[in-house]
Design a protein around this ligand. Structure first.
Ligand code: SF4
Length: 351
């Protein structure tokens, strides 16, 4: 439940609201132990809280580290046996967690292994927040710095699980919770109109729009959500909210698929699309996964695409692939059995 509701819960049970903050701090401290412990509370309070509120949210963790770039992936078995993944990307003094919002995903983007799983279930607000508290604690317990940034780019479409994602966001940003600045958080979405508008108006987080192609026919072939909110309506929505988007980062994500959306025409359409939106473009060369039907464009083709955008004065970056040896790279997250080939397990450190 969100911070205000938890305070209310304590009030309704005859306890002061500040107990909510204490409970959060204890969750944060013992996130990796899965054990409910608040030694300063009376037995009566502990019994009431731990009988009525869920504390633990996972039953098993499997861990991999990419020997090439130190990206880490955890496969988490949830209490009902469903499995989801979270990925931590270290980069100099940054520790970014790629957070999941669902097990699988209903959006079915054809280049994405998570989409192939279809939606298994939504994660709860607690399971989303729990990922952040857990990885932050695991890092700190080994003497590393804690998490510095969050990107909701793991499994699932965050705006398809709006209430739970907004609940977790409340805890991340509220001073009752982590008290982070919203500019450390990026929500990635294919674009679902009503929750997107609410997110823009009611929060100050950064936005990453999974566009992947500006040409409607091309986008419809790889992002089925184009049929729900077509790219031109998505652009109109963003233009409409341009004032609310001021002073925060707006990025368009484009997974480049060889021979599908990487032509000069595609680049020109993208330039037209992005112009006037004060946004950057991230190019993500396709990351292959078992059973994936696309191939990655050659590096010169990706650079040519980038140059066309840069020549039109658009900030355009090529995303460095991280975690490819452990199937942790963008678009490769999947928790069905084929998701972690045996040779990858042998290759990586397993804890
Ligand atoms: S790219 Fe994102 S929205 Fe599309 S299927 Fe994968 S997880 Fe879902």
């Amino acid at each position: 439940m969100p911070p205000a509701e938890l305070r209310q819960w304590f009030a309704e049970h005859g306890w002061p609201g500040y107990r909510a903050r204490q409970l959060f701090e204890a969750q944060r401290k013992y996130a990796a132990s899965g054990e409910a412990r608040i030694t300063t509370w009376s037995a009566e309070l502990c019994n009431q809280v731990f009988e009525e509120l869920d504390w633990s949210w996972w039953q098993e963790l499997q861990h991999w580290r990419d020997p090439e770039d130190a990206t880490e992936k955890w496969v988490v078995t949830l209490r009902d046996g469903q499995r989801m993944q979270m990925v931590m990307i270290p980069d100099r003094d940054r520790r970014t967690l790629c957070v999941s919002s669902q097990v699988g995903c209903a959006m079915g983007c054809t280049f994405c292994s998570t989409g192939e799983m279809r939606l298994q279930r939504n994660l709860t607000g607690g399971e989303i927040l729990g990922q952040i508290l857990l990885v932050d604690r695991l890092l700190r317990d080994r003497g590393d710095r804690g998490l510095t940034n969050l990107v909701f780019m793991g499994m699932g479409e965050p705006l398809h699980n709006e209430y739970a994602v907004r609940t977790a966001l409340d805890w991340i940003i509220s001073t009752d919770g982590l008290g982070w600045s919203p500019d450390r958080v990026t929500i990635s979405t294919v674009g679902i109109a009503a929750p997107l508008r609410r997110l823009i108006r009611e929060s100050r987080v950064n936005l990453a729009i999974s566009l992947h192609a500006a040409r409607p026919d091309v986008r419809a072939g790889i992002v089925p959500a184009e049929r729900g909110l077509p790219a031109d309506e998505l652009r109109a929505l963003l233009l409409d909210e341009i004032r609310a988007l001021r002073n925060r980062k707006l990025t368009f994500e484009v997974v480049l698929l060889a021979g599908i959306n990487d032509s000069e025409d595609d680049a020109r359409e993208l330039i037209r699309y992005v112009s006037g939106l004060n946004a950057m473009v991230n190019l993500i060369p396709f990351n292959p996964w078992p059973g994936g039907r696309y191939s990655r464009p050659a590096r010169p083709a990706v650079e040519r695409f980038q140059r066309l955008l840069q020549d039109a004065s658009i900030s355009c970056f090529i995303r460095r692939t991280r975690g490819r040896n452990i199937l942790a790279a963008c678009g490769t997250l999947n928790t069905t059995e084929h998701a972690v080939p045996v040779d990858l397990v042998e290759l990586s450190e397993r804890s």
